[in-house]
Design a protein around this ligand. Structure first.
Ligand code: ADP
Length: 807
């Protein structure tokens, strides 16, 4: 082919912009310039051969001869297509190189005469060429790999070319060379030098590519680096903050470790605390869990695990202290000393637990304090009043927010030793509800079998309570849950008599208050009469709590007078007392002033001591209805029914119609209706009141009574005799009727009280009525009587069988 065209000398010429066509390569391009189109047309008219020469500067629109390179490519036009925009798309195939000899036409289009420079078809084999071609191919392969712009098919096609000249051209065509460089390769007619040049370009390109890659990588790395740095910096900030706080945490942990080191604790506990401290160390400072663990560790460290107070029991000292600090209470003190003696012998708290039972203000707490003082052991007091949640005894699990150990463990922390005297106040006031049974938890606390390993939900580690000396107090032992009560040795402390109160006030309360208010003896004087007045008319209690409060108040008032400089010393007399506390609040002797029908003084016993209890009965026309009012409990109501049944059975002896129940309504009322009352001990009182109301025989107002009644009239024993008699005494009663079986309890009643009271022991209701009902009859409105007080209904004349009388 080359030979054929080589002979021809003149070709139409088409200047190429930014393009170059190598021989044997096919290339499409668009032609828009007039001159070029004309050249194409010229070629098409001939043999479709056209000379393509690149412009040196692609920007030049109308190139002249000088704008064109001197070497071009003779190409064959394979296809021509007119595009809608007027340009022509041509597909050409390079034929051979040609040197422009001379421009023969420049008007309209270019035509030039050329000398052809085709590559020889056959090239003599030479090692140099072979080596060059191989390295060109190799470099090209690497270039392809790097550039990623040329696909592998093209690489394969190029590799197949065996002609070194064409190989060079094909590769040159694929390289992104400048036109100038491409032209250089076109002008390299010698194949070896063409390959060499190409090799240079290739390696340059490769280098460029390599550099590009590196730059790219560097840029990417840079990007990654900045990004990473950003993250790291953020992390660093967090870490630094953490570290800052960490230092604090570290110091905290060290301090805890030191504390632990100094503290003597059982090995197991030490391990646990150690573990918790380790845990604390690992917890992020910001985490709320840290506080939880810290509080827990603090608790474990604060608890006395091994610390002990000396356990020597000095009975002599104990006795002296008890006597010094408490007036009277001989039996109680004796019991306490016995208890302590046993302690001394066994050296362990294994026996029952003391329960000091009695009304408020009788010195239960202060006795317990004295016990602790005499034993030289720390004293803690925990009130159980109103505790209804088991968790209050046993603590909350740590999973709860704000969880705390129970009161027992809290008490132990407060005590600071493992063997304190632990007062559980008002153990009878614990209630149980849906939140668990605090009593059963308490049982575990008090049971020596179980309290060795007392488990508090919060502490988790079993705590040994076996060395603790528990003392409990209660107002009403019957309210203590039975299993707990069984564990206790109950020591009853009953109320005080007036004289006892006077002594307590003189010897203990007043001196204590004087001390507290910085009033030496000389500054305040209070005579016994005034104290007694205070006791009688301003307090009404079994204990001395209110009295103590009044004395404190009195001292304050006196201190004020002394401090104001008005007086150097103050003698509190009756009128000053009135000035201080107003007119008397209670009237000594609350019993009725006169004998009345249907009104009887009973004696009751409550948690706050004994008291008098009025019972009123009135009878009105009716149909046998019985009304009972005054906030009475079931037991008391039943007791009223029993009393009524008894009276019905005694109608004959009492001179009342046996069918009275069909004629009248009976109303039984116990005044002070707001106060709930219960218990069977008002049985005989109610029976007496009913009998009095039905018979119109008044009841002696100086008589008071207490006793349970059976249907047959038997009088059964009652509890709290001492308190009741003290109350009767306080109230100015002179005669009391008590069940015969309570005789033994009279020993407990102070002589001063017994001297003033005539106590009648009764076995049967008949005796009660004999003692209480007066023989006269009062004209009191009663449907069973006429205006002149004679019975209007016939008394049945049939023989009346006395049931169970005088058993
Ligand atoms: P309780 O615990 O029984 O309710 P407290 O122990 O609180 O009563 O006693 C109240 C006050 O009365 C205390 O100041 C206490 O010292 C004093 N007290 C009670 N009984 C006596 C007593 N027998 N001798 C001296 N002081 C007493």
């Amino acid at each position: 082919m080359a030979e054929k065209t080589a002979k021809k000398e003149i070709f139409p010429l088409l200047p190429l912009r930014g393009l170059l066509v190598y021989p044997s390569l096919v290339l499409p391009f668009d032609v828009g310039r007039d001159r070029s189109i004309k050249a194409l047309e010229k070629a098409m008219v001939g043999d479709s051969l056209i000379l393509l020469v690149s412009q040196e500067d692609g920007q030049v629109d109308e190139p002249g001869e000088d704008d064109l390179y001197g070497v071009g490519t003779i190409t064959r036009i394979k296809q021509m297509m007119k595009l809608p925009n007027g340009t022509i798309r041509v597909l050409v195939e390079g034929v051979h190189r040609a040197v422009v000899e001379q421009f023969v036409r420049t008007e309209g289009w270019f035509e030039a005469s050329v000398s052809a420079r085709p590559d020889p078809d056959e090239i003599p084999e030479s090692n140099e060429l072979l080596a060059l071609s191989r390295s060109v191919l190799q470099q090209f392969e690497q270039y392809v790999k790097l550039s990623k712009k040329i696909d592998h098919d093209k690489l394969a096609a190029v590799s197949d070319i065996s002609h070194p000249g064409r190989l060079a051209d094909a590769i040159a065509d694929h390289l992104p060379l400048k036109i100038k460089e491409k032209q250089e390769l076109l002008e390299a007619f010698d194949i070896s030098s063409r390959l060499e040049k190409l090799l240079n370009f290739l390696s340059d390109e490769r280098e460029v590519l390599e550099l590009e890659r590196k730059i790219h990588q560097r840029v990417r790395k840079q990007m990654e680096k900045t990004q990473r740095e950003y993250y790291l910096r953020e992390q660093m900030k967090a870490i630094q903050k953490e570290l800052g706080d960490r230092e604090g945490r570290q110091a905290e942990v060290e301090e805890l470790r030191e504390q632990l080191l100094k503290k003597s604790v059982p090995e197991k506990v030490r391990e646990r605390i150690d573990k918790e401290i380790d845990r604390l160390e690992r917890i992020p400072v910001a985490s709320a869990e840290g506080t939880v663990v810290r509080t827990y560790v603090d608790w474990l460290l604060a608890l006395p695990w091994a610390q002990e107070a000396p356990t020597k029991v000095d009975l002599g000292r104990a006795e002296k202290l008890l006597n010094d600090e408490h007036y009277g209470l001989d039996k109680v003190k004796e019991r306490i000393l016995e208890f302590l003696a046993v302690q001394k012998l066994t050296d362990k708290q294994s026996g029952p637990i003391i329960c000091l039972a009695g009304p408020p203000g009788v010195g239960k707490t202060s006795l317990a304090t004295s016990i602790a003082k005499s034993l030289g052991r720390p004293f803690v007091r925990v009130s159980l009043g109103g505790v209804r949640d088991e968790a209050e005894i046993r603590g909350h699990r740590r999973t709860y927010i704000g969880a705390m150990p129970g009161r027992v463990i809290q008490g132990m922390k407060q005590a600071g030793v493992r063997n304190p005297i632990f007062l559980l106040d008002e153990i009878d006031k614990m209630a149980s509800d849906f939140r668990g049974d605090p009593a059963s938890a308490m049982l575990e606390v008090l049971d020596p079998e179980q309290n060795r390993t007392f488990s508090d939900h919060y502490v988790e580690i079993p705590y040994d309570l076996s060395d603790v000396m528990f003392i409990t107090t209660a107002n009403n032992v019957y309210e203590i849950p039975a299993p707990l009560r069984d564990r206790m040795e109950i020591i009853h402390i009953s109320g005080y008599t007036e004289l006892e109160k006077l002594d307590i006030a003189k010897r203990h309360l007043l001196p204590k208050q004087k001390d507290k208010h910085a009033l030496p003896g000389a500054k305040i004087r209070v005579s016994d009469e005034v104290l007694l007045e205070l006791i009688r008319h301003y307090t009404r209690e079994a204990g001395v709590r209110q009295l103590d409060r009044l004395l404190a108040s009195m001292c304050r008032k006196v201190a004020r007078i002394v401090a104001s400089g008005d007086k150097q010393r103050v003698t509190v007399n009756s009128s000053l007392l009135h000035e201080f506390f107003g007119p008397p609040i209670f009237h000594h002797g609350r019993v009725e002033e006169m004998d009345q029908v249907g009104v009887v003084t009973g004696l009751s016993w409550t948690e706050v001591g004994g008291d008098t209890l009025m019972i009123e009965v009135s009878v009105v026309s009716g149909k046998g209805k019985v009304v009972i009012t005054g906030h009475l409990g079931d037991v008391m109501k039943e007791s009223a029914q029993a009393a009524l049944s008894y009276i019905r059975s005694r109608a004959h002896t009492l001179d009342i119609p046996s069918n009275f129940a069909d004629l009248v309504d009976i109303h039984i009322h116990v005044p002070e209706g707001a106060i709930p009352k219960d218990g069977p001990s008002a049985g005989i009182t109610m029976a007496t009141a009913i009998a009095s109301a039905l018979t119109n025989r008044p009841v002696s107002h100086v008589v008071a009574m207490t006793g349970e009644i059976t249907l047959r009239g038997r009088v059964l024993p009652i509890g709290g005799l001492k308190e009741k008699l003290l109350a009767a005494h306080r109230a100015g009663v002179t005669k009391v009727l008590i069940p015969h079986e309570n005789e033994k309890d009279l020993r407990d009643v102070p002589d001063s009280v017994r001297q003033d009271l005539s106590v009648v022991l009764v076995k049967h209701m008949d005796e009660v009525l004999d003692e209480a009902l007066l023989d006269t009859s009062i004209n009191y409105p009663n449907p069973l009587f006429d205006a002149d007080s004679t019975a209007i209904h016939n008394i049945p004349t049939t023989d009346y069988l006395e049931e169970g009388a005088h058993q």
